[in-house]
Design a binder for this molecule. Structure first.
Ligand code: SF4
Length: 381
């Protein structure tokens, strides 16, 4: 199989998964080699610390399961089904890699003859790429529902990243949208095994792990999704969660269900980063009475309005942890402020800008500079 044959076969089948570290910024790759209509199969993703074009592929777009939201669900006649052997998938990928079209692979699959059989096809493809073709580039491999522990171990030995899509935050919600999937037995247990296996190999390169939630159709509030996400980050070493705003797919049981507002997806990402990178506790997030994040304001800003407007932080003495709670100041900004204030007391917004905080309008209402609020200075600019 050559590269264009593979892209032709995958065309339109792989737009439903998130791959890199910044899914909102994913773009179809701009390689001139790819015909425009096939570019959706190759996505520029941030993976690790760099951007690269990655082929998003599935071993098969057939599936014996019936998840209510999914275009690949069994019996959906409008879906074109394609299936690849491990050899043809590996061959087609290598043709694209050698032509400079892609640098990495994201490989998933529908479930056919059980998750174990489907996982074997993914492992076989990864093994051919690593051993027969000597491919050393980026590989993100999916762990299928029901895969065996030894298969998880073998998948991890091949991959830079592995993922298990939970789809919903708990078993009750999952039952509403994926009647055959078992939350604990088939999915969460695999994420536990991944973390167990990582701990057995401390000091060696081990793949990171991710999951994805379908946001909306199970009626789950943000609190449930973020509670599970927080658990996964803290207890199971999850690198990140993806939040996929539900979009109705024709000829599925949910084709009349309303699409989820994309702003909700954005707020979930923002909140998950506060939990993962900014030391926020779940209880500190500004949930409404229904357990959702407000759509009209980002969660860090909402927290600061409630907690810092009446008690602004002194920039010259605040800890790194506290500085990072100020809107507009992240890890790098906090480090720059701490380095600058070792040399001189920061007294003005221009001192803050000189320290490396590019936009001082956002943090200004929430801080003090040498005991004074800079909001007066702000009005002068
Ligand atoms: S198991 Fe995966 S591919 Fe199959 S219907 Fe469910 S979500 Fe879709």
């Amino acid at each position: 199989m050559d590269g264009e044959d593979l892209l032709q076969a995958l065309h339109g089948a792989t737009e439903f998964e998130s791959v890199g570290d910044a899914p909102a910024q994913e773009q179809a790759a701009s390689s001139l080699v790819i015909p425009p209509e096939l570019k959706g199969c190759v996505t520029n993703v941030t993976a690790g610390n760099r951007k690269m074009p990655v082929l998003k592929a599935m071993m098969t777009t057939a599936c014996e399961r019936n998840c209510l939201y999914c275009p690949f669900r069994t019996g959906r006649s409008g879906m074109r089904r394609v299936t690849f052997s491990p050899d043809s998938m590996a061959q087609g990928f290598m043709a694209l890699y050698q032509a400079g079209v892609v640098e990495g692979l994201f490989l998933s699959s529908g479930v056919v003859r059980g998750g174990v059989t489907s996982q074997d096809a993914i492992i076989d493809t990864g093994t051919i790429l690593r051993e027969k073709y000597g491919f050393r580039g980026y590989m993100h491999l999916k762990v299928m529902p029901g895969a065996e522990r030894d298969q998880v171990r073998r998948t991890m030995a091949l991959a830079d990243r592995v993922s298990v899509n939970l789809e919903a935050p708990n078993s009750e919600r999952l039952a509403q949208i994926a009647p055959v999937k078992q939350f604990d037995e088939e999915l969460l247990t695999r994420l536990r095994w991944i973390e167990d296996l990582r701990r057995e190999h401390t000091g060696e390169p081990v793949p990171s792990s991710t999951t994805e939630f379908v946001v909306g159709p199970a009626g789950e509030p943000d609190l449930e999704i973020l509670s599970t996400t927080d658990y996964l980050h803290r207890q199971l070493g999850l690198a990140r969660a993806y939040f996929s705003a539900f979009k109705p797919v024709i000829e599925t049981p949910l084709d009349n269900y309303p699409a989820t507002d994309l702003t909700r997806q954005l707020r979930l990402y923002q909140a998950s980063f506060l939990l993962r990178d900014y030391s926020f506790e779940l209880e500190e997030l500004p949930f409404t009475g229904e357990g959702n994040l407000p759509l009209g304001i980002d969660p860090k800003h909402a927290w600061a309005d409630m907690n810092l407007l009446h008690a602004p932080l002194e920039v010259n003495t605040a800890s790194r942890h506290d500085l990072m709670r100020i809107p507009g100041i992240g890890g790098k900004g906090a480090a720059r402020i701490i380095a600058a204030r070792r040399k001189n007391t920061l007294r003005s917004l221009s001192d803050l800008r000189a320290a490396g905080v590019a936009n001082t309008n956002r943090p200004a209402p929430y801080l003090l500079l040498d005991g004074h609020s800079p909001t007066q200075q702000l009005r002068l600019f």
